[in-house]
Design a binder for this molecule. Structure first.
Ligand code: HEC
Length: 284
């Protein structure tokens, strides 16, 4: 499974791509939309959405039912109108029957279209990684010494933001990435209009992280090693840098090479093959 995430065509509304890659757009720094137009952000992994309150890197919406409007109408994602999508579904050979089966008086309309999508997304729950089995003391959940060491370091140095067990605290924070040259993406501030939110992005869940490269909102890092090197020595000071990343008179998080290797071993235990191979989420 690892390293084997084929690039696929957009599935219906664009943000669900290949299940092999936890539904991220693998192999691209910026996710591509219609006509191969490039966006400025890397698609986050789709999983455990049911437990989140706000969606997208900047929390552009807190309504899961309405979320698909953003990629559908975004000119570099799907570049469509909702009414046109509904018209296409109405004239499709199969969808009208599926709507009729799913809903009482099941015509194809906006309400049912968005309900169907959000119902599908809330089913997508990842909770059977090796880490989950370790926590539940189940078969297949035996950690090596290195993985245990990594878990300890993670709890101490990462879990305030990547809060367990969802591996995100669902907050918007600035983790000290220098703004990407040529693209001044101010993140959460784009939604709130407040300078206090400059360069804050939603803390991403780290479930299935080993297979969802590239990393960060702009996909600037190609490996977990680069991410850890960044936390160790690349964090940039700014007015909105999270205070957690400027403690003990140093920027970032002190990590030696043994700690980095242990952290990566631990992050690998978050891969949930049962979720990734779930036939219900297969493309066709
Ligand atoms: C102060 C909060 C904070 C701390 C502490 C923190 N992170 Fe993060 N992390 C974030 C935020 C915010 C992002 C997203 C930043 C962005 O894309 O702009 C992120 C992104 C990541 C990503 C990229 C995930 C993806 O899907 O793109 C990885 C991997 C990661 N962090 C691992 C770690 C590890 C390992 C540690 C501990 C050594 C750690 N983080 C500590 C806030 C934090």
């Amino acid at each position: 499974m690892m390293g084997n995430c084929p690039q696929t065509d957009l599935f219906l509304v664009g943000f669900v791509t290949s299940s092999d890659c936890a539904f991220t757009h693998h192999g691209h720094q910026f996710s591509h939309g219609i006509d191969d137009l490039e966006g400025t952000r890397n698609a986050p992994a789709v999983q455990n959405i049911a437990f989140q309150k706000e969606y997208a890197w900047d929390g552009a919406t807190s309504h899961l039912d309405l979320f698909p409007i953003i990629p559908i109408t975004n000119e570099v994602e799907i570049g469509e109108t909702v009414s046109n999508v509904i018209a296409k579904l109405k004239s499709d050979g199969e969808y009208p029957r599926l709507f009729a089966e799913a809903f009482e008086n099941g015509e194809v309309n906006n309400e049912y279209f968005f309900k169907a999508l959000s119902q599908f997304m809330v089913m997508m729950i990842s909770s059977n990684s090796k880490y989950d089995k370790y926590v539940r003391e189940e078969e297949g959940g035996t950690f090596s010494e290195t993985e245990k060491l990594g878990l300890g370091i993670f709890k101490q140095k990462c879990a305030t933001c990547h809060k367990m067990d969802l591996f995100t605290d669902d907050a918007f924070r600035n983790n000290g990435l220098p703004p990407y040259p040529g693209i001044n993406d101010i993140g959460r501030a784009e939604v709130t209009g407040s300078a206090a939110d400059n360069y804050k992005f939603k803390v991403p869940s780290l479930r299935n992280v080993a297979i969802t490269a590239p990393y960060m909102h702009d996909g600037r890092f190609g490996s977990l090693e680069s991410v850890l090197n960044f936390y160790d020595n690349g964090v940039q000071e700014s007015e909105t840098l999270d205070p957690i990343l400027k403690q003990n008179n140093r920027l970032g998080i002190d990590l030696n090479s043994e700690e980095k290797a242990a952290l990566i071993a631990f992050l690998n235990t978050l891969t949930d093959d049962e979720y990734l191979n779930d036939k219900r989420f297969a493309e066709y």
